[in-house]
Design a protein around this ligand. Structure first.
Ligand code: AHG
Ligand code: MN
Ligand code: MN
Length: 300
């Protein structure tokens, strides 16, 4: 349904700003709201979930008693990469599923604030040159491509394993002035300034889901560090970092906030942000090591 809107953007009235600012302080795009409404309408009344929480809504949405609240919790970013909608660049939906912790009835914030390690399932749908669903239920990572001629997702890439060392590094280099010395050093290494030992190609799309998907398949590391203006980084733990971290680990990769594995962070707020370092395991380890080395020296 969301793919249908995305692929007709401009023909149907889904482009541009919606005219409201969301809880993130970001101007909502029409497609953000359409995707969010579509997720709620499609899932809230299935009897499968007891509560839903979205990047676009300040509070969780407890499923009312009359709609038979189910045993699962759905956290989602209904449309990731909103700045790219109007310029036809890949965007997507990211979702994270937990088992409820409260006994019964409408779910609560407590059901939403669970460590990523406890996820039952996680995935995303990316609207690129094709529409691809990637998901894991803890038994590997599998990718399906939507065949629009039959309206079905077909399995094209079972049991994805991400390379140990990747081809790409992804970071918004316009924030160079705000980074710690450690991240400046990492990017110098990836640029091959002194030695070509860790040199990588640069790719940054500005849609996390697209940058993540490319790096998952080709190998690489995505970095959105904390910086002097954003002490907790920009990306949100519950419905961006945590689901993608589950997928990364299931594919043999890694994800941390630079120090702690994303899946081991205990959330305290629904929209809390976290620095994110995610992708090929060897690359993540290199970045963690280099940043720790350089920044600990700088700290002394
Ligand atoms: P969203 O559109 O859901 O708010 O997410 C946008 C995020 C993420 O998709 C992307 O990696 C990041 O914003 C880009 O941020 P910068 O423009 O600061 O690099
Ligand atoms: Mn997002
Ligand atoms: Mn979003």
């Amino acid at each position: 349904m969301i793919s249908g809107y995305v692929r007709r953007a401009g023909l149907v009235d889904v482009l541009g700003a919606f005219g409201r600012t969301n809880v993130q302080g970001e101007e909502q795009q029409k497609l953000d709201v359409i995707a969010n409404d579509t997720m709620i309408q499609s899932i809230a009344y299935t009897g499968r979930v007891c509560v839903m929480a979205s990047e676009e809504d300040a509070e969780p949405f407890p499923i009312p008693e009359e709609h038979n609240p189910g045993k699962y919790v759905l956290l989602h970013d209904p449309l990731d990469g909103s700045s790219n909608i109007d310029v036809n660049v890949s965007i997507g939906t990211i979702f994270s599923i937990h088992q409820r912790v409260t006994e019964s009835g409408p779910g609560t914030l407590e059901d939403c604030l669970q460590k990523g390690r406890g996820q039952i399932a996680a995935g995303y749908v990316i609207h690129g040159s094709s529409t691809v669903l990637v998901y894991t239920v803890g038994r590997g990572v599998h990718a399906f491509t939507l065949d629009p001629t039959i309206g079905e997702f077909l399995l094209v890439n079972p049991d994805i394993k991400t390379p140990e060392i990747g081809k790409y590094y992804s970071i918004n280099e316009s924030y160079y002035q705000r980074w710690s010395d450690g991240y400046r050093r990492v990017v110098q290494e990836f640029k091959g300034v002194e030695s070509t030992e860790h040199r990588k190609n640069a790719r940054y799309i500005g849609s996390l889901v697209a940058d993540f998907h490319r790096n998952l398949l080709s190998g690489g590391v995505f970095m959105y560090p904390a910086d002097s203006k954003a002490p907790h980084g920009k990306l949100r733990l519950l419905y961006e970092a945590s689901p993608l971290a589950f997928i990364a680990e299931q594919a043999g990769g890694a994800a941390s906030d630079g120090v702690t594995p994303i899946l081991d962070i205990q959330p305290t707020e629904l929209h809390q942000r976290t620095p994110l370092l995610i992708g090929s395991r060897g690359d993540v380890a290199f970045v963690e090591r280099t940043v720790a080395e350089v920044d600990s020296v700088a700290a002394k």
